[in-house]
Design a protein around this ligand. Structure first.
Ligand code: HEC
Length: 103
């Protein structure tokens, strides 16, 4: 009896990987635009190029989806970008899809 809903959930997430994670309903294009507007210039100033090596450098800090969400919040607060919650989700989805690829 108790196992049935669990199997349903597992099956559901296997069949619909696009809905399996907390960031998957987010708008990746909006996330990209927000990063370009609010985040990139500082990362570029510190790391050069288009700033993306901050995410991909060998000793980059972020190693899990939870850590990514936490860092986005830290950078958002620290820089007073004041993105709304759905904007933060979009940013997370964009960064994860483009660079981190956590599941
Ligand atoms: C005023 C400068 C500045 C701005 C603006 C800024 N960041 Fe950062 N960010 C940093 C610095 C510096 C680090 C590196 C911290 C470290 O290596 O310990 C960093 C690191 C990160 C990392 C982790 C990279 C890794 O894997 O090690 C993420 C993700 C990130 N920032 C996201 C954002 C987002 C999203 C925004 C915009 C809302 C933003 N940052 C705006 C300075 C900034």
């Amino acid at each position: 009896m108790m196992k049935y809903p669990v199997y349903c959930v597992i099956l559901y997430s296997l069949l619909t990987p696009a809905l399996a994670g907390p960031l998957d309903l987010a708008d990746v294009n909006n996330g990209k635009a927000l990063v370009e507007r609010h985040c990139m210039s500082c990362h570029v100033a510190k790391f050069g190029g288009d700033g993306s090596s901050i995410y991909t450098r060998a000793d980059h800090k972020i190693r899990s989806l939870e850590a990514l969400v936490a860092q986005i919040n830290r950078c958002n607060e620290g820089t007073r970008a004041s993105l709304p919650p759905e904007g933060l989700q979009d940013v997370g989805a964009y960064l994860n899809q483009s660079f981190y690829k956590f599941r």
